[in-house]
Every structure is written in structure tokens, then in C-alpha cells.
Design a protein around this ligand. Structure first.
Ligand code: ADP
Ligand code: MG
Length: 455
């Protein structure tokens, strides 16, 4: 059918659905779409991106089908979506310009499946389940998405691996795009950013890099801790950050550790990260973990009995990712063996996982435990102060950090008041030596490490 006829028809369809759909929603969702093809039984709509398609499909398919039926007298019409090609005038903007799927993938602007909340079960989208542990991170992320550049800038989201940082960062981007599709949103991992910097240096194309990262409205950088210690990348990021920040653009950063324990991160960057809002995501509580499993099992079409859900949620406390991994494995096992899912089967199938699952201990945890045990302030422990009542606990902290984390001597030194690696090595030797002939010290170390492992 000729293009103009299609667009006239689409205009009529929109008029027909308008009384049923809020004007703002028509404006936001339906106006940017076009009818690109119509056959006996299928209408193809072009949409700016996948998220749009999913949303329209979920919310407005019925109305569109009805209106189409009324217009052309055909009742069995299915509606499908294509992501539209870039248009000339929009080509400079990053995400606003509709792009074919492949280009979007390659440049990975946002991961579209991660959203804040969509009612119901979806195969293409993942809502974020909110509960104790992640509620603050969720609500502040949502607020950033509602008022980008205004509410909290920068927004620094940190927490352990697999707890939803990447999910929330992308949800911010997707939310903004959904409500204001012309916003230029860019999601990158810090690793990608680093590679871009290296590439640009190699090709002598720094200007191009700067253009790319500064002509945007929202920059989301995942796992920013990755650039620590990489001088040139930090330098470049510092300028990018300032350029965006100074023109009121939103910057969102995620990190697997707090700024305090980001060793080898440039102090200028560190202090900028701390300027806005810092929110930590923690492991959600048991009930929320069960709710996450419920959601995931519905999405995956896995029949998950309640007691198995509780069993998994009780035993897997490392991360949401692990939890989901266990569910998928059980689901696969039960469908392959046609065995019903039970707690007994879960125990059997996940035996290795459950045993391996040792807690990941961070230097933050260690410092916290030491500060509490010795009744000193965390800030003192992390300071340069050299009084005896601080030096001894600090040495123990350094020793435990070496034993219980994978951090290097310089990284540990940095976290304990900017000491150099020689100081840390000395501290570890000292404790090692004293431990041999001081039973009290031995007991203390054991009880601290027990506490850290069990907490
Ligand atoms: P991180 O970036 O913190 O390592 P991710 O964002 O990649 O973690 O999360 C790991 C997985 O767990 C993803 O599939 C994510 O969708 C899921 N997830 C984490 N937290 C939640 C939550 N509260 N609700 C639903 N899914 C979650
Ligand atoms: Mg992540």
C-alpha cells in the first residue's frame, strides 16, 4: 500500500483510539510510530526502538486492532513491530535517532530489557523487585530518571556483584527514553569507555571521542571502578564528566565498591563521584529474594513450588544473579528429567553450588568489623593517624584484608589511610610474627574471621 495512504490510515486509527487512551500517552507512544505495511492479516508498525514496541504491544494492541478493524473492515489483524531506520535530520543524536537493531546492539546504548516496573509478566522485560536491601537504590534511581540532571547528579550506585546495579542503571536510561524519546542516552561499561580511549589515542581521534561522549544528555557508566589506575582513561573521563556536569547533563555511575575503597582512583574523580547522591544496593531480604524467584520463574515458564523458592532464597545469599542461575539450572534439570521440582531435588542438583558458596568479604566489611571490635571510628582506621590505639587495629585490618580479599598490597594501603605497599607488607609480617606467640591475638583473629565469614 502506498506510503501516503498508510499514513492517512494511521492518522485515522490514532483519532479512533484517542478517546480510549490518555492524550499524553498518545503523544508519547503512538505519535512517534508509523504504519509501514498492511496486509490481509498483519499491520506492521515502525517504532523508534524495541522498548517502544514492547510497550505498545503490551498496552495498546487491542485498541489499535479494534480501530484498524473499524477502518478497513478486517477483524483478524495482528500487529507487529519493526525498529525504524535512522532519518537524516536525527542522525547526530545518539539514541533518539531510530536505528536498525544491529547498530544498536553493537553500540549497546542501553540494555532494553532492564526496566523499573511493568505490570504483569513479560518475556522481553525484567522489572526490578523492590524490598529491604535495594529499596533506597531503587527509589533514588527512579527519581534520577524522573528528573535527570536535576535530582541527584552524579548518581553513584554501588554494591556487590550481581545485586542489580546494571539493571538499575539501564532502567534509568530506558525510563527516560520511554518518556522522552529524543533524549540522548548513552550506556557504556567502563571497560568499553577505556577501549574507546585507547582506540582514539591509537588512531589520533580524540576529538571524535570527545564529541561522542559529550553530546549526550545522560551518560551511564557501568563498573566505573574499572578505570582506577588507568591514568589516561581517568584523565579523559574527568574531562568528559566535567563537560557533562557543567552543562547540567546527568551522569550515572555504578561501582562494585564504595568510593572510599576505590584504590588507585584519581582523587579528583573520587571527590566528584561523591558530589551527588551515593546509594548502595545490598542483597535483598529473604522475602524479596523469593519474590524475585517468583517473577523470574513466571518469565521463564518454570513451575516453582513455594518451598523450593524458600529453600533457594534461604541458601543462596551471594547475589541475585546466583539465585537466578540456580533457578534456571533446576528448571532445566526438571524438564529434562521430567522430575518434579522438590527441595530434595534442589539439594541434590545444586549440591556443588551450595557448598562452594562462600561469602565474598570486602575490605569495607573488614574495616567495619575492626572498628566495632576496637571501638574506634571507621574514619580513624582509614586515616593516617599513628597513635598506638589506631595503629594496632589498622595492622590487623591490613592483615585480614590480605588474607580474606584478593586486594593487592597497594590497594589495601590505600584503603587504610593512603599507606604505601611497604607499610602493608610490614603490618602483615608483624601480625604473622606476633600471632605465633600471642594466643590472645590468635583468638582475636579467629573470631574476627569467623564473624566475617558468618555475618
Ligand atoms: P550487578 O550489575 O550489580 O552485578 P545485575 O544488575 O547484572 O547486577 O543483576 C544480576 C541479575 O539479577 C540480573 O538479571 C538482574 O535483572 C537481576 N536482579 C538483580 N536485582 C534484582 C531485583 N531486585 N529484581 C529483579 N531482578 C533483579
Ligand atoms: Mg553489573
Amino acid at each position: 500500500m502506498a506510503e501516503t495512504r498508510l499514513s492517512v490510515l494511521w492518522g485515522r486509527v490514532l483519532e479512533r483510539v484517542s478517546p480510549e487512551i490518555a492524550p499524553r500517552s498518545v503523544e508519547t507512544w503512538l505519535k512517534p510510530t508509523a504504519l509501514t505495511d498492511l496486509t490481509q492479516n498483519e499491520a506492521v508498525l515502525s517504532v523508534p526502538n524495541h522498548f517502544f514496541g514492547g510497550w505498545i504491544k503490551e498496552h495498546y494492541t487491542e485498541q489499535i486492532q479494534r480501530a484498524l478493524a473499524e477502518e478497513i473492515g478486517q477483524t483478524q489483524i495482528s500487529v507487529s513491530f519493526v525498529v525504524s531506520q535512522p532519518t537524516g535530520e536525527d542522525a547526530s543524536s545518539v539514541v533518539a535517532s531510530p536505528e536498525p537493531i544491529r547498530t544498536r546492539k553493537r553500540r549497546s546504548y542501553t540494555i532494553e530489557k532492564y526496566v523499573f516496573d511493568l505490570p504483569g509478566t513479560h518475556t522481553n522485560y525484567r522489572s526490578f523487585v523492590v524490598g529491604a536491601g535495594n529499596a533506597f537504590a531503587f527509589s533514588s534511581a527512579k527519581r534520577v530518571a524522573e528528573k535527570p540532571g536535576e535530582a541527584y547528579n552524579p548518581f553513584f550506585l554501588y554494591g556487590g556483584v550481581g545485586l542489580g546495579k546494571t539493571h538499575l542503571a539501564n532502567a534509568i536510561g530506558n525510563f527516560v527514553l520511554a518518556h522522552s524519546p529524543s533524549t540522548r542516552v548513552r550506556y557504556v561499561t567502563a571497560e568499553q569507555f577505556t577501549n574507546d580511549v585507547i582506540q582514539s589515542i591509537r588512531l589520533g581521534q580524540m576529538d571524535e571521542l570527545r564529541n561522542r561522549y559529550r553530546n549526550i544528555d545522560i551518560l551511564l557508566v557501568d563498573d566505573i571502578q574499572f578505570i582506577a589506575g588507568k591514568e589516561r582513561t581517568q584523565e579523559e573521563f574527568f574531562h568528559t564528566f566535567n563537560a557533562l556536569f557543567d552543562s547540567g547533563k546527568q551522569v550515572v555511575l555504578t561501582s562494585d565498591r564504595s568510593t572510599k575503597t576505590m584504590s588507585e582512583m584519581d582523587d579528583r574523580l573520587r571527590s566528584r563521584f561523591e558530589m551527588g547522591l551515593m546509594a548502595d544496593v545490598q542483597l535483598p531480604d529473604l522475602e524479596t529474594r523469593v519474590a524475585i524467584l517468583r517473577q523470574k520463574s513466571e518469565e521463564e515458564g518454570i513451575a516453582l513450588p513455594q518451598e523450593v523458592a524458600f529453600f533457594l532464597a534461604t541458601h543462596i545469599k551471594t547475589s541475585v544473579r546466583e539465585l537466578e542461575g540456580a533457578l534456571i539450572r533446576l528448571g532445566a534439570f526438571s524438564s529434562l528429567s521430567s522430575e518434579e521440582m522438590t527441595v530434595e531435588m534442589a539439594k541434590r542438583t545444586l549440591r556443588d553450588t551450595l557448598q562452594e558458596k562462600k561469602k565474598v568479604i570486602t575490605i569495607d566489611d573488614i574495616q567495619q568489623a575492626i572498628a566495632t571490635r576496637f571501638k574506634i571510628k571507621l574514619s580513624e582506621l582509614r586515616s593516617k593517624r599513628r597513635t598506638r590505639n589506631i595503629v594496632h587495629p589498622r595492622q590487623i585490618g591490613m592483615y585480614l584484608s590480605r588474607e580474606m580479599t584478593r586486594l593487592s598490597y597497594p590497594e589495601i594501603g590505600r584503603a587504610f589511610g593512603g599507606k604505601d605497599h611497604a607499610t602493608v607488607i610490614h603490618a602483615c609480617r608483624q601480625i604473622e610474627k606476633n600471632k605465633a606467640d600471642d594466643p590472645n591475638l590468635n583468638t582475636l583473629l579467629e573470631s574476627l574471621s569467623y564473624q566475617l565469614n558468618e555475618a
